[in-house]
Write a protein that binds this ligand. Structure first.
Ligand SMILES: CC(C)(COP(=O)(O)OP(=O)(O)OC[C@H]1O[C@@H](n2cnc3c(N)ncnc32)[C@H](O)[C@@H]1OP(=O)(O)O)[C@@H](O)C(=O)NCCC(=O)NCCS
Length: 340
């Protein structure tokens, strides 16, 4: 596509998700292929469910860009062509970009920036220039922190975010493999216990509230925010959560595992508890294959423990870009790169 007409921007809908995933696949395979990396796996179920969840919680931050049939060169389908999309969430004052992708043939024409404007503003930008909130221009929003995770191999996206005050600050590594040195992710000390979220939630009428309060308290202390809708999504999506506390006493953290091998999120009041929280996530879930999780470089005990257990660094690291210098990731492993 060398020439194309004006791009129309509108809010995304559930029916757009398949086309968005097509853009994502084309954009990632294009630059990763040039770096000699393999294409993305065929399976898109988990990412589709994530997008559906984010569309439900933040419908005004899911934007697509499309070009009409008249605006394109040559022949092609009559319906508008979706060439890019942006998805962001806001949780308790944290704006977080989940995905921003533009078809390779349409890149470098300002479409990515225009989508980002709208995902930041949460509305269409007015004629005569965008009024976009951000780290340097709070406008009237409640947002106090702006962030996302990018790919170290992607100077373009890192540059777009850094220019808007979200600077690349912290590596985040995917660690994957089969643990074989179990002592590195040890059992909980004898004074501690791990309680499945499901058994707390099933504890009478008050169960769900007690669970939400306990998890929310940890999130507030560790991350500085709560995100109950994401915890609900994780449980619906088949991840199993465990609350770790002093026997009958103070809650110290939580960990999620899943039969697909995805570990996390993991949160610990004391970072030295991260190795045994990871041990809880691995041991308490019947895992069908290898284990994988994203670990910010500042969560040092978790990186050391997983490497010692036998997991390996997988591919290039991501980078957490953040509007503030104080990132809350020394005691926290996020859900994945798209969701804190
Ligand atoms: C990243 C992406 C979404 C950007 O969309 P786009 O439509 O190509 O971007 P735009 O044309 O709006 O803006 C690109 C900007 O980056 C700038 N840029 C490009 N390379 C750069 C570099 N190495 N250093 C600094 N700036 C750079 C361009 O100059 C341009 O800014 P300008 O318009 O002010 O001149 C798109 O390129 C893409 O999908 N890439 C592949 C997938 C990806 O990496 N997605 C993000 C995952 S975190």
């Amino acid at each position: 596509m060398r020439h194309f007409g004006p791009v129309t921007y509108r809010l995304g809908r559930e029916a757009d998700i398949a086309a968005c995933l097509g853009v994502w696949r084309a954009a990632v395979d294009d630059y990763q292929g040039r770096l000699g990396m393999p294409p993305l796996p065929e399976e898109t179920g988990p990412i589709r469910r994530h997008l559906t969840h984010m569309l439900a919680t933040d419908p005004d931050r899911f934007w697509v860009g499309e070009i009409s049939r008249e605006g394109r060169e040559g022949s092609g389908p009559a319906e508008p062509w979706l060439v890019g999309f942006a998805v962001a969430t806001v949780r308790d004052g944290l704006w977080y970009l989940a995905m921003l992708f533009v078809l390779p043939a349409a890149q470098g024409h300002g479409i990515g920036a225009a989508l980002l404007d709208r995902a930041q503003a949460g509305r269409d930008t007015p004629p005569g220039g965008p009024a976009v909130p951000g780290p340097d221009n709070a406008l009237d929003t409640e947002i106090h922190t702006w962030g996302m995770a990018t790919d170290t191999a992607q100077p373009i996206s890192n540059a777009i975010y850094a220019r808007r005050g979200m600077l690349p600050r912290l590596p985040i590594w995917r660690l994957a493999g089969e643990p074989f040195r179990w002592s590195a992710v040890p059992d909980l000390a004898s004074g501690l216990e791990a309680i499945p979220f499901d058994s707390i939630a099933a504890n009478g009428r008050d169960g769900p509230r007690q669970l939400a309060e306990a998890v929310g308290e940890i999130d507030r202390k560790v991350l500085g925010l709560t995100h109950p809708s994401d915890h609900e999504f994780l449980r619906r999506d088949g991840r199993a959560g465990f609350l770790v506390r002093e026997r009958g006493g103070r809650v110290l953290g939580y960990a999620y595992g899943s039969s697909s091998g995805r570990l996390g999120p993991v949160a610990a009041l004391d970072p030295d508890l991260l190795p045994s929280l990871l041990g809880v996530g691995i041991r308490q879930t019947p895992i069908l294959g290898t284990v994988g999780t994203w670990v910010p470089a500042s969560a040092e005990p978790a990186i050391r423990a997983l490497l010692a257990a036998g997991l390996r660094f997988d591919r290039f690291p991501g980078i957490l870009c953040w509007s503030r210098p104080d990132l809350p990731f020394a005691r926290y492993l996020p859900i994945n790169l798209a969701m804190v």
